[in-house]
Design a protein around this ligand. Structure first.
Ligand code: HPA
Length: 280
């Protein structure tokens, strides 16, 4: 067995000892969206620093713990805070939690993030269902599937035409509509951060076909798809990306966290609806 595989199993074994439910679904909460975890009932919380080999999050607005319990009668594992590439972690560390989730038997992964609205029709506080992505970080050579492939986990060459599960996307759109939550469907582009974009970069991102831009998520999608997990993902639009040098405004982390206050109740309505109706 590879060292990595042994680490996943040691992390999973530690988590298993503490949890009362075997989770079927994992939910990753992005910046400012951690409040969703409060909805979990019969919860057990495990700080990352207690879990062997687990990377910790150093970012303000990320709690850094797993919350395992129930939502809408389903056993869930909520990752409250993630680690990012810009924190200096390797791509393998950034996606470590997803490998552990799979090792715990979880087959469905729901990812969320805070994102800049590059599409000029997007407003702060709206959700975007991620239909597809542009992995700019990966395209320039930083992605977690580089290096030796563990063929027992997944294939060397991975197709990405159906990264975001169509059935789950249809379900999410229906649920959002029924719950009266404004939600776009669009393309997410991943940049490394930690800087926000220059106006020229925003115009570049838009011209390339992205509707929202952020610093996470796609790496986790790659690893989840590598192991055959079903993926659903949402961006919360926390700021409108600035495409002109004449703007007085500059993007900042405070506005990202502030927008989370509007986004959490909306995201909660959509996620609970999805969990209620998720096919077993
Ligand atoms: N750019 C990149 N990442 C982000 C942004 C942004 O404007 N907002 C929240 N995360």
């Amino acid at each position: 067995m590879s060292d990595e595989r042994r680490y996943y199993q040691e992390s999973a074994a530690f988590i298993r000892q503490q949890m009362r439910h075997a989770p079927e679904v994992a939910i990753v909460l992005g910046s400012g969206l951690g409040g969703f975890a409060d909805a979990v009932t019969n919860a057990v919380s495990i700080p990352y620093e207690n879990i062997p080999h687990f990377p910790t999050s150093t970012v303000q607005g990320h709690r850094g713990r797993l919350v395992i319990g129930e939502l809408e009668g389903r056993a869930v594992l909520v990752q409250q805070g993630r680690s990012h590439f810009y924190e200096g972690y390797t791509m393998q560390q950034v996606t470590y939690a997803v490998r552990v989730m799979y090792t715990l038997g979880i087959k469905t992964l729901i990812l969320t993030n805070a994102a800049g609205g590059v599409n000029p029709t997007y407003r702060v506080g709206e959700l975007m269902l991620i239909e597809d992505h542009i992995n700019l970080v990966g395209m320039v050579g930083n992605n977690p599937l580089m290096g030796k492939n563990d063929d027992t986990l997944g294939p060397r060459f991975l197709g990405m035409s159906h990264a975001y599960d169509r059935q789950l996307r249809d379900l999410a759109r229906r649920v959002a509509q029924e719950a009266d939550v404004p939600m776009h469907s669009g393309v997410y582009m991943a940049l490394s951060g930690p800087m926000f974009e220059t106006p020229a970069e925003v115009r570049f991102v838009r011209a390339a076909g992205a509707d929202a831009v952020g610093m996470s998520t796609v790496h986790e999608v790659l690893v989840a798809r590598h192991m055959g997990m079903r993926v659903l993902a949402f961006s919360g639009i926390t700021n409108q990306s600035i495409d002109s040098l004449d703007s007085e405004h500059d993007a900042n982390h405070e506005e990202v966290l502030e927008a989370g206050r509007v986004l959490v109740p909306r995201l909660t309505r959509v996620l609970l609806g999805v969990l209620r109706e998720l096919p077993a």
